[in-house]
Design a protein around this ligand. Sequence first.
Ligand code: C2O
Ligand code: CU
Ligand code: CU
Length: 528
Amino acid sequence: MQTSILLRRFSIGLIAATLIFMAIVAYFGYFRTVNSGLDFTNTLHIPPLIEPELQNGEKVYTLALQKGQQAFIDGVKTNTLGFNGNYLGPTIKVSTGDNVRFNIINELDEVSTVHWHGMHVPPEMDGTPHQPIAVGGMWQPHYEIKNEASTMWYHPHTHGRTAHQSYFGLAAFFIIEDDNSKSLDIPQTYGEDDIPLVVQDRIFTDAGTLFYPGNGGAFLGDSILVNGTYNPSVTVDGKLVRFRILNGSNSRIYRFGFSDGRTFHQIATDGGLLEAPVALDQVKLSPGERAEIVVDFSDNQTVMLMSYPDPNLLAMVENAFEGGSGRFEILKIEVAPTDSVSPPLPTVLNVIERWSEAEVDRVRPLQLAGPITQVDAETGEVVARNTGSGRQIPINGNLMDMARVDEVITLGDIEIWEVTNAGGIPHPFHVHDVQFLVLDRDGVAPPPNERGWKDTTLVNAGETVRIIAQFTDFASETVPYMFHCHIMEHEDNGMMGQFTVVAPSSEYAGSDGYMLDLDPMLHGHMDH
Ligand code: C2O
Ligand code: CU
Ligand code: CU
């Protein structure tokens, strides 16, 4: 990279990070240190697996969005939200090819939705703001599991309320296995040597109650919950253990590693197994991203799962606002010696078919951040628009509008999206419907652990990330999918756009965008 670009990125990042850091300090009145003074004595909660009912060849799951009370600290009960419980929800575990159906009941005081993050489902089953579940209402999505073995998750996607509803507990795992994953000699006993870890930063008041300051543009907490457990500790067998790590935080970026610096292997990205295990000593995850890692505990040593600052100074400064520059302990891991010895990890985990650029039907530029624009009705010129709120971050100059379809994709097309971050802080960019591959970052091929299926990828300040995906199976002119920043506060403030996938014969095929005629009921939910 050229020095001038580096300098520009550095100064933009530095100025933005400093300003925002000052704002956070001013907002909270003091500097919070993360997870300080903990002794890691609470047993890590493992979300239970939910058993489906089998009906007419379908696996039927009943999920209730509930209000609850959970004691995180010293037995103090605090108000929470959860699926079928007080906080978080059961893990759904299915196989590719399964047909699933849900009875989803909204027992909250507000409208909600349930989105299957990472999954390739029809747009009307996707659980976006276009499928609201009214208070007291029920939603019954059903679909075939088309994704390969992977760690997905489900959470609300309520327009303007995703950050709040997820923060108080609505998030859970959705694990998919397939013939390949089951045949591999890798740890796969749920809760024993195959352990899901959802990592979420929170703030507790001095009284021990869960506190969310409201959407202040982003959120950083000083207490890190793992699977909803405060001050957590887990005991594993002294052999190979697989962790499925989900960054379920609203805004915080982590760079996971172990206190003794031990090497581990990443075996899967968001949407599937890597082609081969990748040896690492740290893995960075932004909100919404997952990594499956396998760690060797046969030395029987107690270690801490940690988060570390980025060793790259520029990245560290840019990440500061999103918490990526902290160094703190997350989870104590104690080891029970065992006689059973793990086989070595397979050298081949998966086959990933990559598209060649010659097959690409369309290249689509997307700009994150930058000015908010609109077309002047009289002159037809594009002008910057003052929204009166610096918290609103656009994509391609626009804030989310449920009636506007921003991008129209022709069914079956292979597209490259050139995602450029024109702002000063990183944004985790998420696309619904598809799993994509990262082609390059500023022209440089991604590291081996990023060369797997992804649905969310961090786009750093000033960077252009090219991703490639094919949009298959599901088309609709009337029900869009979303693409957005997965910092939930950004998303809720409008850093989101919509795309439809339309049949080649559609009048909209090949066009840039159009307006939807929204159901007024739906629209009513939208205006806050
Ligand atoms: Cu995890 Cu559109 O979201
Ligand atoms: Cu999603
Ligand atoms: Cu963002």
